[in-house]
Design a protein around this ligand. Sequence first.
Ligand code: KIV
Length: 275
Amino acid sequence: MYTQLEQRGSPRPPVNMGTLQKMKAEGEKIAWLTAYDASFAMLVDMAGVDVVLVGDSLGMVIQGHETTVPVTMDDMVYHSRAVARGLGRPFLVADMPFMSYATRDQALANAVRLMQEGGAKMVKLESGTGQLGIVEFLAAHDIPVCAHIGLRPQSVHKVGGFRVQGRDADAAERMKREALDLQNSGADIVLLECVPAGLGAEITQTLEVPVIGIGAGPDVDGQVLVLYDILDLTPGRKPRFTKNFMEGAASPLAALEAYVKAVKDRSYPAPEHCF
Ligand code: KIV
């Protein structure tokens, strides 16, 4: 009964939470990327990515919205199911969209949808101190949770823009406390977006769970970027932390392989990608 989950004897068994904990313990960097459909999921898998995130960034890069706020649960389930069909080895994480986890019961029902209908193995929610009870409730029901802190794009209208977070000493202290509280409430992974590299390093050293960064410097346990940014598919100005891996690559697959290699050998992120 366990063979399907573990594929014993397979040279590249599917990634699970145990794999990610072991990678943190052994100092092997974890390579994440977003994907939104089955074809790119297959390519990302072939390139050796460890974790695939069906991000609500799909609201911007697929649907053409200016923010992630309009994305619905039905959108997330649709894209997650498509990605799940294309994946073999990587661990699949899916975003809980705006206002899909405002209450405990709503969060549980929607997390169950992402896992049962969308094939996700973990859900990610943008979580501040106000979401500790939700994280605890999901964890108590054995739902694997990734808590996303730092810049939280779903709160863009409240905070007034996409800005680096945790720059001053008080804000940094609050974020360290928040990360620890989320871990203690049952979060299995903490994702840090747009924070100074030093704060990323401190939080990573303090937490037992893996810490994944996007614009959080090199000293976190792994990196995540938006697929369309690194393949240079998104026109216009890009965030400072991203990198165009298509430059000098012979094909999209070669670009994705270069991303995985750069995360693993720590050449990405370089100082120019950090705050
Ligand atoms: O929605 C998304 O793609 C994300 C990543 C950028 C971390 O949350």
